[in-house]
Design a binder for this molecule. Structure first.
Ligand SMILES: Nc1ncnc2c1ncn2[C@@H]1O[C@H](COP(=O)(O)OP(=O)(O)OP(=O)(O)O)[C@@H](O)[C@H]1O
Ligand SMILES: [Mg+2]
Length: 243
């Protein structure tokens, strides 16, 4: 089982969104995936509860682990049943974060590429590296730019990319763009693929240009999520080969 953890002590940096997008794409690639929700706010558990309320099934197992007492045992148990475990963490540095990092094959540090957020992300990198030192093993980690401008690369993004490249920290090539579809999945308890299907239904019988306008945002968001997940899975597999 591969364990992918989303960590950044900065609240609202995009951990939960990136975690859910990854789990969905792994699901579509026909692998067995589960999410361990370690945030006391339980955003992913609530996403699942919203689905249940609406009569939608859960597409993958969502395990709540809101305290440090249970997390290690839960990871051990889940390892028997699944191929990928996605861990969503709260936006603080705490013992549960260290535990999750210690069990990870890859730690992703999502943040919006601005200088202020970059400083917080550097703290997250430090956290991962210290956990690695404690365990005397290298824990693979990479920065993930999120809420990136869709239309053009901002100067902030250019600057942050240059600084992090210079400082020898891995960055995923794929960025997660700022898209309303990525907030709607939470608001509506849906998967990205379900939003696309709903839009396709809406588009039936309309003119070509109306159809394009309705579908384009979801198709672009889906392509973005797929590229991102493919890069993550590839990184995991190449790390395994290198080990
Ligand atoms: N790619 C994106 N496009 C648009 N909105 C986004 C994107 N990523 C995150 N958001 C929005 O930004 C806010 C924070 O995102 P999210 O909840 O994923 O961050 P977090 O790091 O999990 O926060 P916390 O530390 O509070 O758990 C949410 O309102 C979310 O909908
Ligand atoms: Mg979160």
């Amino acid at each position: 089982m591969y364990v992918i953890t989303f960590a950044n002590p900065k609240g609202g940096s995009g951990k939960t969104t990136s975690a859910l997008l990854l789990a969905e794409q792994i699901l579509h690639a026909q692998a067995k995936v589960a999410i361990l929700d370690c945030d006391p706010n339980q955003n992913i558990v609530q996403w699942g509860a919203l689905r249940t309320e609406q009569g939608r099934s859960l597409p993958f197992h969502i395990e709540p682990a809101p305290s440090e007492d249970v997390i290690l045992e839960k990871i051990e148990t889940l390892a028997n049943d699944i191929d990928y475990l996605v861990i969503d963490l709260e936006g603080t540095a705490s013992q549960i974060v260290t535990y999750a990092i210690s069990q990870s094959d890859l730690v992703l540090i999502p943040f919006e590429p601005t200088p202020m957020e970059a400083r917080q992300a550097a703290r997250a990198v430090q956290l991962v590296r210290n956990a690695g030192r404690m365990l005397k093993r290298h824990i693979a980690h990479a920065l993930l730019f999120t809420r990136v401008n869709a239309a053009f690369q901002t100067n902030d993004e250019k600057d942050v990319r240059k600084e992090t490249t210079d400082s020898d920290i891995a960055i995923l090539d794929t960025t997660i763009v700022r898209r309303s579809a990525f907030t709607r999945i939470f608001r509506e308890g849906m998967l990205l693929s379900e939003l696309l299907q709903a839009a396709q239904k809406d588009a039936e019988g309309r003119t070509k240009s109306q159809q394009e306008r309705l579908l384009k945002p979801f198709e672009t968001a889906t392509e973005n999520a797929r590229n991102y997940a493919q890069e993550v899975v590839k990184a995991l597999q190449s790390d395994e080969k290198a080990a």
